[in-house]
Design a protein around this ligand. Sequence first.
Ligand code: KG4
Ligand code: ZN
Length: 335
Amino acid sequence: MRPVILAIESSCDETSASVIRNGKVLNNIIASQAVHQKYGGVVPELASRAHQQNIVAVVNEAMETSGISKTELDAIAFTRGPGLMGALLVGVSFAKGMAMALNIPMIEVNHMQAHVLAHFIDDPKPSFPFLCLTVSGGHTQIVLVKSHLDMEVIGQTQDDAVGEAFDKAAKIMGLPYPGGPLIDKYAQSGNPKAYKFSETVMPGLDFSFSGIKTAFLYFLRDEKASNPNFVEEHVNDICASLQQHLVNMLLTRVRQASEQTGIKNIAIAGGVSANSGLRRELKALGDKQGWNIFIPSFEYCTDNAAMIAVAAHYKYLKSDFCSLDVTPLARMPLS
Ligand code: KG4
Ligand code: ZN
């Protein structure tokens, strides 16, 4: 029943640990950091400090609930990047300490590759090749997935990530961080056709989300000039319309990517893949286009160590270990 791997995720504001045995994820312990809520975004120094406070308890819980002793571990995996330097450093240092103490190898994992591989935690698993729209707080990518560890980015944002667009729009409305889930919640009882927003169209399969932030700011400023309570009175319609706009931008590119590559296995991953509008519209589009759709369960959309564990499993099978002097990478390309 080998290999047995402990995986650690600490790239942003979730401290997480997971144990995987022979490709089966045994648990997924996550400590979220509420400290950032009032700042309207993740504060790197606070994230790093919270990881230091949480990591021992999170790893202990993962080990205890797995029923596996530390001496049975075959490797320690960790997120090397991309992410916040200080946050990554906590996970990397902890992994090094454990690997040294237990005299077992370390496996470095790319966080964005792991988001895609979250589809290999449970069934049904997509067959290769497939396209994955990876949408998070830091990235927006269309990935051509050729095998577990062979992926190519064929489209991506040239500025802000779509998760950032959700969060910044929420901040403009005075909602706490992270605003994506709140926009989703309000959108459920709103009219998605109430308001229209303009769009910057990028060449090829790329995206741009920085313009929507400014457009949204001016839209609210103009509406509030005649009605100071505009946001409070119309929050559901505003959120539904903004969400519809962002989902349309994403799915237009996914449809084009499918047409260009001829690939009809389509997956979504990353924090924004928890969005109910995106999930619903993707299913509807998939039915129309005859696609096989893969949508991760909510637990594996946002940051978690189970996805790091699955990536580590495939790397272990290829004996893809890293040296003890490995350092974190704030930027880390997918291939
Ligand atoms: O993947 P993730 O947990 O962390 C990063 O790697 O960035 O993604 C976090 C992002 C945040 O921008 C958050 O607002 C967004 O995912 N998000 C959502 C939803 N749930 C999380 N955005 C829209 N709707 C949601 N339901
Ligand atoms: Zn992520």
